[in-house]
Design a protein around this ligand. Structure first.
Ligand SMILES: [Zn+2]
Length: 394
């Protein structure tokens, strides 16, 4: 593994140098680059490539972090190997590790470790093998958080967070929908990209420019992180009894078809660290957080199952319902429905539910509420973060 990491580090380094913004490839992108090499050099099960790529990426990243943004290939000294959870199993006091499909190595488990009884109830997550020992790691506390007494589904957008909540105590019923503006954060992002463009134009010394740009980027990251902390703390604190439902956004950068269409949109998708926000809410919330598949949340009508069209970006039109809906709000409803299903709370037919009748105006486009009239709102300067908040059905 050490040799493999050394080679993969070189590929990752070359990739980062070749990239105009010196970004380090993600482990998954890196795997695509080196898979042919790995498979032809190592006669192991293919999964073994994953920890190699992850190790290379994290080493490169931490090197850069510890050397003020300077990028070089760090030296790989340690003789160590990580094995993903898919490649081993703990069976009758032994670890079975897969070398190739149907070829295993068996290792004895030292069950007398004082934490073993407690930890081994969790899911075995990773095996770390060094020249002197084998460490077996477990995920503890997983799934221990209880489900809340209501679900709040959040659709994360460039400029807003849209939430639909539903009580689940006595059968699911929609409770409220709200749109929270992220104007402040968008503003920070825009300020910084303007600053970067100015630097690119006016600082001529390339080294000085790179340094300045990196500084700006760091400051921007901190500002955004800070804002996300505040937002997630408030969200979790205001809803102590709720479980949050999010879209599982792994791979959104690659799969989002919209992202390919427009460069502007792509920058937005990359800039707004959705997943950071999700994980912040997840650990701040006392209840379990639910992740649902994002596939089709904007193409299938959660009310009737019909096909959605988007005559304008902000509109979801359903021919079957014969209605125009607010795209982001409807998406949060779709996420909610998936969350309910995932929690085993079926069937919940939105169109047949009494709560939908009371709520449906809140989802229609354009919304009848005055603030919503011009989706961009010009009362920005003094407006509070909350655009609209409705609560019925209590
Ligand atoms: Zn419909």
């Amino acid at each position: 593994m050490r040799d493999a990491v050394r080679y993969v580090l070189q590929v990752a380094y070359r990739g980062a140098v070749a990239d105009e913004r010196h970004r380090i490839l993600s482990p998954i992108a890196l795997r695509r680059e080196v898979r042919e090499w790995f498979y032809s050099h190592y006669d192991y099960a293919r999964h073994h490539i994953n920890p190699v790529c992850r190790a290379a990426v994290s080493m490169l990243r931490s090197y850069r972090r510890n050397h003020h943004g300077e990028l070089r290939i760090p030296e790989v000294r340690r003789l160590a190997m990580r094995v993903d959870g898919e490649l081993f199993r703990v069976m009758d006091g032994r670890i079975r590790m897969t070398l190739q499909p149907n070829r295993y190595v068996w290792l004895p488990v030292n069950a007398s470790n004082k934490h073993y009884q407690e930890y081994s109830r969790g899911r075995a997550s990773e095996l770390l093998i060094t020249n002197s020992k084998v460490c077996l790691t477990f995920v503890v506390g997983e799934g221990k958080k209880p489900l809340g007494d209501k679900l709040i589904a959040q659709d994360l957008n460039f400029k807003s967070v849209d939430s639909t909540s539903a009580g689940i105590g006595s059968g699911p019923a929609l409770e409220s929908v709200m749109t929270e503006s992220l104007k402040k954060m968008v503003q920070v992002q825009d300020d910084f990209s303007r600053r970067r463009r100015a630097l690119q134009k006016h600082v001529e010394n390339p080294q000085k420019r790179a340094k300045k740009l990196e500084e700006t980027r760091g400051r921007q990251r901190n500002r955004i992180k800070d804002a996300l902390h505040k937002l997630s703390t408030r969200t979790a604190r205001e809803n102590p009894g709720a479980s949050f439902v999010f879209e599982d956004l792994k791979g959104i950068r690659r799969t989002s078809r919209e992202a390919k269409k427009s460069k502007r949109l792509r920058t937005y998708l990359n800039r707004w660290p959705y997943r950071l926000y999700q994980s912040m809410v997840e650990y701040k919330s006392p209840n379990r957080t639910v992740y649902v598949s994002p596939r089709g949340t904007s193409s299938e009508c959660p009310v009737c199952g019909g096909k959605l069209e988007h005559p304008a970006w902000a509109v979801s039109r359903c021919g079957t319902c014969g209605a125009d809906y607010d795209r982001d709000r409807l998406a949060s409803l779709a996420i909610l429905c998936r969350g309910l299903r995932l929690c085993g709370l079926t069937p919940f037919a939105v169109s047949a539910d009494a709560s939908w009748e009371q709520m449906r105006d809140e989802y229609s486009y354009p919304r009848s509420t005055p603030e919503a009239a011009g989706a961009g709102g010009t009362d920005a300067a003094s407006a509070p973060n909350l655009d609209v908040y409705t609560k019925i059905h209590v």
